[in-house]
Design a protein around this ligand. Structure first.
Ligand code: KG4
Ligand code: ZN
Length: 356
């Protein structure tokens, strides 16, 4: 990867990246393509979800995911260009998720991007998936110009199926990772507890629905504060839910699903919000971004937007879960900063945001 070191990368000058980028995302179980203008405006965003396919296994089956990406990638890219009424020649570059993610899934998107880059002569840009989630906060959905643009420095919580990360973002493309999960990611905890409660996959939306009408204080599940560090741990919470279920079953009681779901959700939201606010306080940021699949959670959104001390940026629901507009959006900034990748670019399945 090459990054320009001249005038362009100095703080502030990246505020308005001039670029029209095609984004491709195949890191997990969505095959997605999108075109974004200048890091803000979505000209098209197509997502082919494999959720129904994986639901029968109760989770993501990597082999099935990569086969499905191969089937879906060409039509999805074609659709994204058609929807934007553009041809490759109208674009400035092709951004693709390089990692983190499932190796066999990542290479499908990367190879597609390389093929398009060779055929069109457009530059290739490998994008970090977590950086993509962050840049979803700059996107406006449905072509509307977004008014509320995040200000630096800002505090970002990325909560997805694979990651729970607290990041201080000092400027565009400048990150300091403050902490992350020591075991399960927040989304993974939702998925696992949903499986225990036989609520199906993906677990996040299922728990959210099951919580409706439940009492969030019915069960006092543990919160791992870890001495108020910026790391997270959800395995104790998960085990506590399992023990409670087993105890209720032993006593031959019906499982109070709404109460269990609401109490679990409450515990996880409590920890996510408190640590985010603590970090925002310590680093004196005024803006907070919450992004990634779990940021679609209604309870989490309600609690964080109820406080008035910080300006909170949460992407619209369609941009919380995996999509390619976020990859194209981050791609606009990377393109403007001078990043260009060669055809030797390989998948980076474990690429941490602290390496950026
Ligand atoms: O960002 P994402 O689409 O994929 C990854 O990068 O991992 O996140 C998927 C995760 C899943 O674990 C899913 O259960 C969770 O996001 N999720 C939710 C909700 N919608 C999706 N978790 C809680 N509440 C939701 N409404
Ligand atoms: Zn994701």
């Amino acid at each position: 990867m090459t990054i320009a070191t001249d005038e362009e990368t100095k703080p502030g000058v990246l505020e308005n990246p001039v670029a029209r980028i095609l984004g491709i995302e195949t890191s997990c179980d969505e095959t997605a393509a999108a075109v974004v203008d200048n890091g803000r405006e979505i000209l098209s965003s197509e997502v082919a979800s494999q959720v129904d396919l994986h639901a029968q296994f109760g989770g993501i089956f990597p082999e099935v995911a990569s086969r499905q990406h191969i089937l879906a990638i060409y039509p999805i890219v074609d659709q994204a260009l058609k929807e934007a009424h553009l041809k490759l020649a109208d674009l400035d570059g092709i951004a693709v998720t390089r990692g983190p993610g499932l190796p066999g899934s990542l290479v499908v998107g990367i190879n597609m991007a390389k093929g398009l880059s060779i055929g069109s002569g457009l530059p290739l840009l490998g994008i970090n998936h977590l950086e993509g989630h962050l840049y979803s906060a700059w996107l406006s959905d449905e072509g509307k110009k977004k008014k509320k643009i995040p200000n630096f420095p800002l505090l970002a919580l990325i909560v997805s199926g694979g990651h729970t990360e607290l990041v201080l973002m000092k400027d565009h493309l400048v990150y300091e990772r403050l902490g992350g999960t020591l075991d399960d990611a927040a989304g993974e905890a939702f998925d696992k507890v949903a499986r225990m409660l036989e609520l199906g996959y993906p677990g996040g939306p299922a728990i959210q629905e099951a919580s409706e009408g439940g009492n969030p204080a019915a069960f006092d599940f543990p919160r791992a504060w870890l001495d108020d560090s910026y790391d997270f741990s959800f395995s104790g919470l998960k085990t506590a839910v399992l023990r409670t279920i087993q105890q209720l079953q032993k006593e031959k009681k019906d499982l109070p699903i709404p109460d269990l779901a609401a109490s679990f959700q409450n515990a996880i939201v409590d920890v996510l919000i408190r640590k985010t606010l603590l970090a925002a306080e310590e680093y004196k940021t005024k803006d907070i971004i919450i992004a990634g699949g779990v940021s679609a959670n209604r309870a989490l959104r309600e609690v964080i937007t109820a406080q008035k001390k910080y300006r909170v940026h949460i992407p619209p629901l369609s941009l919380c879960t995996d999509n390619a507009a976020m990859i194209a959006g981050a791609g606009c900034y990377r393109y403007h900063a001078g990043q260009r990748d060669g055809l030797e670019m390989d998948a980076a399945p474990t690429w941490s945001i602290s390496e950026l």
